[in-house]
Structures are given as C-alpha cells and as structure tokens.
Design a protein around this ligand. Sequence first.
Ligand SMILES: Cc1cc2nc3c(=O)[nH]c(=O)nc-3n(C[C@H](O)[C@H](O)[C@H](O)COP(=O)(O)O)c2cc1C
Length: 177
Amino acid sequence: MSQNHNIAVVYRSKTGFTKNYANWLAEEFKCDLLEGEKVKASDLAKYQTIIYGGGMYAIGINGIKLITKNYRILKDKKLIVFSVGATPVRNATTEEIRKANIPAVMLDKIHFFYLRGGFDYSRLSPFHKFLMTLMKIKLKRMKNPDADAKGMLASYTHPLDFTNKKYIAPIVKCVKE
Ligand SMILES: Cc1cc2nc3c(=O)[nH]c(=O)nc-3n(C[C@H](O)[C@H](O)[C@H](O)COP(=O)(O)O)c2cc1C
C-alpha cells in the first residue's frame, strides 16, 4: 500500500509513551507522522484527518493548543485528539480530561480518546523530577493510600509501561467511520 497523505498523526511526548501510540497509528494508516513541537498550523492544511496525541501533565494535554488555538482553520477537517496519562482508563476520568482541555464550542467536533501510557521517573526533565518528588512526599504522607497511590509510589523505582497497540482500535475505528 502506498503512503496515505490525507492523514497526519501529530504528537508531543516527553518520555516516549505517547510516541508509542503515535508510531502505531502512523504504521496502521501508513500516513505522515509529525512531531508537534516542529509543526505549525499551516503545515496541517493539506490533510483531511488530523490525529493529535499528547501526554498528560497536571490534567493538561501537552501541546493541545496546536489544535484548539487554530480551530478556526482546522474545523472542517476530521479532528481526533488522544491523551496519554499514567491514570487508569475510566469513563469519568476521560470525560474530565476532555472537558478540561477542549473548549465547549469544539466538543462536538473533536473526537477524544484517553489511552493509558505509563510512568518513567528516570526519563523526566529536572523540573518534572522536582515536581514529582513533591508528589512522592504527598503520596507517602497519605494515611490510607488507595491502589492508584500505591502503584504510583512503586513506579518511582520501577518504570510502568501500559502502552499496547490494541488500545488504538477505537481511534482506528473513528478514523474509518
Ligand atoms: C509533572 C507531571 C504531571 C503529570 N500529570 C498527570 C495527570 O494529570 N494525569 C495523568 O494521567 N498522568 C499524569 N502524569 C503522567 C504522564 O502523563 C505519563 O507518564 C504519560 O505516559 C507521559 O506521556 P509522554 O511520555 O508521552 O509525555 C504526569 C507526569 C508528570 C511528570
């Protein structure tokens, strides 16, 4: 099959988890794969479908503004956003992230998916290492830590990777619909 130039997968990934999903999607569609940091809205004009993926950082989707700030010029395209975080997939969490990151007027038009990534402390920048050390202190002080908190604490020494190609299936379906 020849390269599909109608679809672009654009991503921003600090520690590689979103990049895994972006690679699998680009492989699936044999389409262009672009690094969000280097992309301008004008580079996206030629595509009919744009799949944007970004890691979760304090409820925010890394780089999502490329889509939301340029919505006026992108709105006639098929727009899909996926975010990748350490939190397990739950409907309520997905909805919370969707509403916090996609302005209300765009909610009907932008298809949203949340996929589970992982956590790798060793690959964080010094700034994020500092932030996560503060979080570790908070987690350690919890009187009755739940399973999520315990898992998070353990991941500081043993990196977690929940990424799996099978989780791109709903996005693939959405592109094809
Ligand atoms: C400072 C910081 C804040 C984070 N905030 C969230 C969050 O709000 N929700 C979440 O699910 N994961 C959060 N994470 C975990 C990352 O989203 C997770 O490791 C993700 O897989 C990173 O993807 P990336 O490597 O593609 O950037 C945070 C990580 C750091 C370092």
